[in-house]
Design a protein around this ligand. Structure first.
Ligand SMILES: C[S@@+](CC[C@H](N)C(=O)[O-])C[C@H]1O[C@@H](n2cnc3c(N)ncnc32)[C@H](O)[C@@H]1O
Length: 335
């Protein structure tokens, strides 16, 4: 059992360290997630754990507590439609708007164990003709060291590869190793993994054409959601694209972003175009070009500045009323 005062201590700690907003009745969640941490550090009970966390050598235990409290649920091509939107609409409009040779920059901001960035990498491989030989940089970040280690290894159980991954992709992009499957090295090399806490400054990451920040804001309270969204918006290219999870929205949280009028879960900077100046790409994928496939990037070089939007593109900007508003983001823990 956890005493009320200790529970309040953990709630404050988690809110301050990771943004996790625990409602006032989730003691059982702490108990189930933190018992292994207490075992790991030889700590007897929550009172002692709270005491150790107040002490001078708290950092290592604090990291383990924060990590254990993250929910890393994810799977390949989760919700499917964001990846369809990515492939059929976002990639063509971004590729068309960027000069040849300019790398496309994608940030997967809560990458968990890697299924989301690997799904993006596979989409890019499958649609190399759209990208037209440009380099693509995928930065995948998360607060969980444990999840990041798994993501980097790219090794998944039979159960995990059966969740959302088309069999053709499994056979094409994975290698069986015992009873597990590993993402092939060329796909792994397309992604740079880094530790990043969304509560900390991330301005040094540079500018991104596409941001995936899915199924993490649900754990934050509204002021934290607003703050993270506004800081993400500052990193987005003027015609950039932001994907949020199905239970997440920008509505009521920030004036910097707006939903796309046509594609659920997709958001843009307020006042920017929906990419409606690329109608051909909305109907069918562009004819394959003889361009070479996208180059994998091993490192994550300093960002390239994006050119200013041309005046005619600015003039074509439209702001259609959004057709879809996702449900207001209830905290997954019921808060
Ligand atoms: C439910 S998973 C979502 C994974 C993936 N984006 C998806 O939609 O399938 C949420 C992830 O957010 C991460 N996370 C939670 N708080 C975070 C924070 N403050 N900064 C960065 N990542 C965080 C967790 O570690 C976890 O891996």
């Amino acid at each position: 059992m956890i005493a009320l005062a200790d529970y309040e201590f953990f709630r404050r700690l988690l809110k301050g360290r990771s943004g996790l907003a625990l409602p006032d009745d989730k003691q059982y969640l702490l108990e189930s997630r933190l018992t292994p941490v207490m075992d790991q550090f030889g700590i007897q009970g929550f009172a002692q754990l709270a005491q150790r966390l107040r002490g001078p050598d708290a950092r290592e235990i604090e990291d383990a507590v924060v990590d254990a409290m993250t929910t890393n649920e994810t799977f390949f091509f989760r919700d499917r439609s964001p990846f369809e939107t990515f492939t059929s609409f976002v990639l063509p409009s971004i590729a068309r708007a960027r000069p040849a040779g300019q790398p496309l920059r994608i940030w997967c901001a809560a990458a968990s164990t890697g299924q989301e960035p690997y799904s993006l990498a596979m989409c890019l491989r499958e649609n190399a003709a759209i990208i037209g030989g440009r380099k693509v940089e995928i930065l995948a970040t998360d607060i969980s060291h444990v999840a990041l280690e798994r993501a980097k290894a790219g090794i998944y159980s039979q159960f995990e590869v059966q969740r959302g991954l088309p069999i053709q992709h499994l056979l094409k992009y994975f290698t069986k190793s015992g009873d597990q499957w590993q993402v092939n090295a060329d796909i792994r090399a397309m992604i740079t993994y880094r530790y990043l806490n969304l509560l900390d400054s991330f301005v040094s990451l540079g500018r991104f054409d596409i941001v995936f920040c899915r199924n993490v804001l649900i754990y934050f309270d509204p002021p934290t959601k607003s703050d993270v969204l506004e800081r993400i918006s500052k990193l987005m290219a003027p015609d950039g694209h932001l994907f949020l999870g199905g239970a997440e929205t920008v509505v009521g949280l920030t004036d910097c972003l707006r939903p796309n009028g046509d594609y659920r879960g997709l958001y843009h900077l307020k006042g920017s175009t929906d990419g409606a100046d690329a109608p051909a790409y909305r109907i069918a994928a562009p004819a394959p070009s003889p361009a070479p496939p996208a180059q994998p990037t091993a490192a994550f070089p300093p960002p390239q500045p994006h050119p200013a939007r041309p005046a005619d593109a600015q003039a074509r900007q439209t702001h259609r009323p959004p057709r879809y508003f996702p449900p207001r983001g209830a905290n997954e823990f019921g808060g």
